[in-house]
Design a protein around this ligand. Structure first.
Ligand code: IVH
Length: 607
C-alpha cells in the first residue's frame, strides 16, 4: 500500500485505545484579550522593543487542535493537543480526512498544527441523513469524531483540517507568518480564507470588526481572531511565558458556550402536565451571564446525549433562549445515569409516557400543574395581574385553597392580610390588580386560557379573525383552519378546548366575577417601509429580541410570518440561520442581514 493510497482514508479496524504521542515542539495555548484597549496594550508593549513589527490577523478556528508529523514527506502521526506536551495518537482517524495530505512535497521532518473542524454545511447534510441522531454543534461533533475509537465514524462526519502553524521544522525556508502560510498552501494544506497583515493598531481593530461581522456567514465556527507577530525572528526573541507565546494573542468574541458540571436533574411539571427535565449546573459564566440551569427536553434526548449527573457538559446560551446542553465533555468515576421519576414529583400520581414525553395522569389535582396554569393566566402577556407571581400563587394554593383560575376572583384583602409576609399594602395591591385586570383585551384573555398550541400570536389571529369571544368559542375546526399559520392540530386544540365542560364552567365563572372583554378598535393601518410585505425572521439577531424585531416590522406596515412560503416577500436572516434561509434562497425570496435591517429602519427616520 502506497503512503498516499486512498485506502488509508477509509478507516480500518476499531482501536482498543489511543497511544500517547510526545510532540516534538510543545503546543502552546494563546493568551486572550477581549477589548480593543487590552489589544492596544499588547501591541504597544511589542512596539516599544520592535517599532517596525507587523502583525498578522487570522481566524481563531473553533474546533479541536491537531498536530501532524511528516517525515520524508509522508504523514507519520497525527495527535491531539493533550496537555500541550503529550497528546493522543489519532492518526487512523485523521487519515480519513481528505483535506489532510498523506504526502507532501517538503521531504524533511516537520510538525504542522491546525484545527479539525466540521463545516456547518456538512453538519446539516449529516443531520438530514441521520435525523434520529442529529449532531448539535460543529465543534463537539468534530471533537467527538476524532476521539472516536472507530475511524469509520470519523470518516462519516466529513471533517476538515485547517492549518495555521508549524511547530518543529527541519530547515524551513520561511521567516514570517505570511511565508509560513505560503509554505502550508504550497504543500497542499488547507488554510483559512482570511489573512491580513498590518503594522497599524487601528487597522487591526477594523479587521477584527470585519471578521466579527462576517462570522455568521462562514461555513465553520470561529470564536475569535488570532493576532501574531509576523516576523519569526522577533518571535524567537520574544519567546514564551510559562503558558503562552508572547508573540501571539487571541481576541475572543463573546462566548456563547462553556463547560460545567451537572449537579442534578430535576423534573418540573408544566401547565400541560408534561414533565420537563431540567439540569441543575455548577454555575458558569457564559458571555457575561451566570448560567445555573439548562433545559433537557426529554429522556430520549438525555440518553442520546449520554447525559449523566456529575459529568462535565458543554452548555450553550443564545439570546432569548433557555441555556441548553449541547454535549458531554467528560464522564467521571462518580457519574451516574439520570433516572426518570416513577411518580409525578408534584402530586405522586401515576405517570404515562408517549413516544418521548412523560405526563402526570392527574392534572386536575396536581399542585404544580394548577400553579403554573394560574401563573400563566396572570402573566404579563396574558391578564397582566401585577404581583401574582408563581411564588404568590403557590401560597394561595397552599393556604387559601385556590384550586382553579376562577378562585382568584373570590379572594379578599382580609384573607390575604392574614397570610405571613402579606402586609396590608401588598394584599391590597394584589386585590387591586386583580380588579384592574378585569377589563381585558380579548387577545390577552384567549392567550391566558392556556389552550394547547395557542401562543400570543395565534390568540391575536383568533381574535382578529372571529371578532368576538363567542364566535371563537363556537367556531368549527374548518373555520379555524382557514386562518393563516393555523394547521389542523392547532385548530382541533382550539375546538376541543371549548367543548370541554370544565373549561366552559371556568370561563363562565370568570365572566360572572366581572371580567369584561374589550375588542380593540381597529387601529389605523400602519404604513411604512414594510407595507405590503410578508416578512420572516430567522436565525439569531444580535441587537433585538425576536419579539422586538416583530413589533418593529408590524409598526412599519409589515406582516410577520413564521414559515417560508411563496407568500413571503422578505427574509431577515440573523446569525446561524438554517433551514428557513436555505428554503428562502431556493424560492429566490429577497434576503437581508441584521445590518441591512437596521439601516432600513434607520432610513425611515431620515426621510
Ligand atoms: S496559533 C503558538 N492560530 O487556539 C501558537 N491557534 O487558544 C499556536 N487556534 O490551541 C497556536 N485558530 O487550537 C493559532 N489561527 C490560529 C488558531 C489557533 C485556532 C487554536 C489552537 C490553540 C488555541 C489556543
Amino acid at each position: 500500500v502506497l503512503d498516499d493510497s486512498p485506502t488509508k482514508r477509509i478507516g480500518g479496524d476499531i482501536l482498543k485505545g489511543f497511544k500517547k504521542y510526545t510532540h516534538k515542539k510543545r503546543l502552546y495555548s494563546l493568551d486572550k484579550c477581549q477589548t480593543a484597549e487590552e489589544l492596544k496594550k499588547w501591541t504597544e508593549k511589542i512596539k516599544t522593543t520592535y517599532p517596525d513589527a507587523f502583525f498578522t490577523v487570522e481566524y481563531k478556528l473553533d474546533g479541536l487542535s491537531v498536530n501532524l508529523l511528516y517525515t520524508d514527506g509522508v504523514l507519520k502521526t497525527a495527535a491531539t493537543r493533550g496537555n500541550g506536551s503529550v497528546g493522543e495518537d489519532v492518526t487512523a482517524q485523521i487519515m480519513t480526512i481528505k483535506s489532510v495530505p498523506l504526502k507532501i512535497p517538503f521531504n524533511r521532518t516537520c510538525e504542522i498544527q491546525g484545527e479539525v473542524i466540521m463545516r456547518k454545511s456538512s453538519l446539516k447534510k449529516y443531520n438530514e441523513k441521520n435525523p434520529d441522531t442529529p449532531l448539535k454543534n460543529e465543534r463537539n461533533a468534530a471533537a467527538g469524531a476524532v476521539r472516536n475509537l472507530d475511524p469509520k465514524v470519523t470518516a462519516s462526519r466529513k471533517l476538515d483540517v485547517i492549518t495555521y502553524a508549524v511547530g518543529y521544522i527541519e530547515d524551513g525556508d520561511f521567516d514570517t507568518q505570511s511565508g509560513l502560510v505560503e509554505f502550508l498552501k504550497s504543500n497542499g494544506f488547507r488554510t483559512a480564507e482570511y489573512f491580513k497583515k498590518t503594522d497599524n493598531l487601528e487597522y487591526l481593530i477594523d479587521y477584527i470588526g470585519e471578521i466579527e461581522k462576517e462570522r455568521g456567514d462562514l461555513d465553520y465556527l470561529i470564536d475569535g481572531v488570532v493576532i501574531k507577530v509576523d516576523d519569526l525572528n522577533i518571535r524567537e526573541e520574544l519567546g514564551y511565558t510559562e503558558k503562552f507565546p508572547r508573540f501571539a494573542i487571541a481576541y475572543k468574541f463573546e462566548a456563547t458556550e462553556a463547560s460545567t458540571i451537572i449537579k442534578d436533574v430535576i423534573w418540573q411539571v408544566s401547565r400541560t402536565g408534561k414533565l420537563n427535565p431540567l439540569a441543575i449546573l455548577e454555575p458558569v459564566e457564559i458571555g457575561g451571564t451566570t448560567v445555573s440551569r439548562a433545559t433537557l427536553s426529554n429522556m430520549s434526548e438525555i440518553r442520546r446525549k449520554d447525559i449523566k449527573i456529575n459529568s462535565k457538559v458543554f452548555v450553550r446560551r443564545s439570546n432569548d433562549v433557555i441555556p441548553e446542553i449541547t454535549g458531554i465533555a467528560e464522564h467521571y468515576a462518580d457519574s451516574v445515569d439520570v433516572i426518570p421519576p416513577a411518580v409525578c414529583p408534584s402530586c405522586g400520581s401515576h405517570l404515562k409516557c408517549d413516544a418521548v414525553f412523560i405526563y402526570c395522569t392527574n392534572p386536575e389535582n396536581c399542585r404544580d400543574i394548577t400553579v403554573s396554569k394560574i401563573t400563566h393566566y396572570a402573566s404579563r402577556e396574558a391578564m397582566d395581574i401585577v404581583g401574582l407571581s408563581e411564588k404568590t400563587v403557590e401560597v394561595f394554593y397552599d393556604k387559601l385553597n385556590v384550586r382553579e383560575v376562577q378562585d382568584i376572583y373570590k379572594l379578599t384583602v382580609e384573607e390575604l392580610t392574614a397570610l405571613e409576609g402579606f402586609r396590608d399594602k401588598k394584599a391590597e395591591n394584589i386585590i387591586n390588580s386583580i380588579e384592574i385586570s378585569k377589563n381585558a383585551e380579548i387577545t390577552d384573555f384567549v392567550y391566558a386560557l392556556g389552550i394547547e398550541n395557542v401562543g400570543k400570536k395565534a390568540a391575536k389571529e383568533l381574535a382578529s379573525n372571529f371578532g368576538s369571544f363567542e364566535s371563537i368559542k363556537n367556531s368549527s375546526v374548518e373555520e379555524i383552519e382557514q386562518i393563516r399559520d393555523f394547521g389542523a392540530v392547532t385548530a382541533k386544540c382550539v375546538y376541543d378546548f371549548f367543548r370541554n365542560e370544565k373549561n366552559l364552567k371556568t370561563i363562565e365563572e370568570i365572566f360572572s366575577s366581572g371580567v369584561k372583554l374589550m375588542i380593540p378598535e381597529k387601529k389605523e393601518e400602519k404604513t411604512g417601509i414594510f407595507t405590503g410585505k410578508t416578512v420572516v425572521l430567522t436565525g439569531v439577531l444580535k441587537n433585538y429580541k425576536r419579539s422586538e424585531a416583530q413589533s418593529i416590522i408590524a409598526a412599519n406596515g409589515g406582516d410577520v410570518a413564521d414559515t417560508i412560503s411563496k407568500k413571503v416577500s422578505l427574509v431577515i436572516a440573523g446569525a446561524d440561520a438554517g433551514g428557513k434561509l436555505e428554503k428562502a434562497k431556493k424560492l429566490k425570496i429577497e434576503i437581508i442581514g441584521e445590518d441591512e435591517f437596521i439601516s432600513l429602519i434607520n432610513r425611515r427616520f431620515m426621510t
